[in-house]
Design a protein around this ligand. Structure first.
Ligand SMILES: [Mg+2]
Length: 420
């Protein structure tokens, strides 16, 4: 266990580094990358960060500052960044074996060895990538993905590599606010605070069962991640990460939330029916709404998830949660091109432990109702009962779209766009 490490490799100022690859004269000079209509800043070199130019700020607002600071600006060249990203991860795969790509410029990996051995290993990995691809990277190594994320942020502030062992971790956690931890933000952060949990140390000093009772699966998983006992595995090999997904691109982009709601309803019906068919229940639902990969809105859209205190395969419950997430994600005047629904943290629906908060009678009635709907929907009367609307289907489905969407149990196939 102690000899197995989870690593995160993160490309530094990725878009800027890609541009500098072809303009080595700009290394060490201030560079900013703008969205493709030059609308706003989407990447900044360290020099530009030091000028306090925030991410995502509209270009016209900081035009003068950039000019004064002799900042070289580029329009986004996404196909180039994607190509360089592919090269980085190819080298990584060759050097480290299995790699789980998390975003265009980040990927997790696993390595084994003593502290000195793995430190040497990641120093070499950094050198090889910088030699062969030419992109500067930071690498963090620890005992869970969440710890590795934190280690990578420490690496960025120092030599570019950081091995964070349990001994050091236990000495720094009193100074790490939960808000600085990967995935903790917004509502969850407030919820933790309301329960007196401010630092990582506060969290780890709490009773695990109690955390589970208050914060559900998400809270328990965070405990495992922070304590370094999360199973060090990538992709689908961990049963806790098995998931079902339904997603599809639209024929034409849409700015209409009703059309998006309709598409979400369609995907929820599919994953819910599949859960029941497979006799599974989900503890987490995740909704993604994405814009086109090309064009000005590439960085808009996002992904949000919510955990259920009691795992479920109830279409009504899943639908309500998904539509709520959609409302939180949706922005006016953004053309969306794709929506998707993922359910994960699946448990056997027979072996599930009853929760103290659910009245069993209600659950049984809901199960029976779902069974009736599923029976109606199979055979000749396919899709007879449709929960949620399907009135807008023509506006998002292509003509040949009557076949069922493809499902996956791999996180690697899930679109990763974060709402920021
Ligand atoms: Mg990065």
């Amino acid at each position: 266990m102690e000899n197995t490490w989870v690593g995160l490799l993160d490309c530094n100022n990725f878009f800027v580094s890609c541009e500098r690859l072809f303009r080595p004269d700009l290394v060490g000079k201030p560079v900013a990358v703008l969205s493709s209509n030059d609308g706003c800043v989407v990447a900044r070199s360290q020099e530009v960060k030091d000028m306090n130019v925030p991410m995502g700020v509209p270009y016209f607002q900081i035009k003068d500052i950039l000019k004064k600071g002799s900042v070289t600006t580029f329009s986004s060249h996404i196909s180039l960044y994607r190509d360089i990203s592919r090269r980085v991860f190819e080298v990584m795969k060759r050097e480290m074996g299995q790699v789980e790509q998390y975003s265009i410029d980040e990927a997790f990996f696993i390595c084994k060895g003593s502290f000195a051995e793995v430190e040497n290993m990641i120093e070499q990995l950094k050198n090889v990538i910088e030699m062969e691809v030419g992109i500067p990277v930071s690498i963090g190594l620890a005992h869970s993905k969440t710890q590795a994320k934190y280690a990578a942020s420490m690496a960025k502030k120092s030599a570019g590599v950081k091995v964070l062992n349990m001994e050091e971790w236990s000495t720094i956690i009193t100074d790490i606010p939960l808000a600085k931890i990967w995935g903790v933000g917004g509502q969850m952060e407030l919820k933790y605070k309301a329960n007196g949990l401010v630092t990582v140390a506060d969290y780890l000093a709490s009773d695990k069962q109690r955390l589970g009772a208050i914060f559900g699966v998400v809270g328990q998983r965070l405990y495992a991640e922070l304590s370094g006992y999360a199973s060090p595995s990538l992709g689908s090999s961990s049963s806790a990460q098995k998931s079902l997904m339904s997603s599809r691109s639209f024929k034409n982009p849409t700015e209409n939330i009703d059309v998006l709601a309709d598409a979400i309803a369609y995907h929820v019906r599919h994953v819910a029916a599949d859960l029941r068919r497979l006799k599974l229940k989900a503890s987490l639902i995740r909704v993604s709404i994405n814009t086109s990969r090309h064009g000005d809105f590439i960085l808009r859209g996002g992904t949000l998830d919510v955990a259920f205190n009691d795992s479920t395969n109830d279409t009504f419950k899943l639908m309500a949660a998904a539509q709520k997430l959609l409302k939180q994600l949706y922005e006016n005047d953004v053309p969306y091109k794709k929506v998707g629904v993922v359910v994960s943290d699946l448990v056997d629906s027979n072996g599930q432990q009853g929760s103290l908060f659910v009245e069993e009678e209600v659950t049984r009635k809901q199960d029976r109702l779902m069974e009736i709907i599923d029976n109606l929907n199979t055979g000749k009367n396919k899709n007879l009962v449709k929960l949620g609307t399907r009135l807008r289907a023509k506006e998002w489905q292509g003509r040949q779209d009557s076949c069922s969407p493809s499902y996956t149990t791999r996180w690697s196939d899930v679109a990763r766009v974060s709402a920021k």
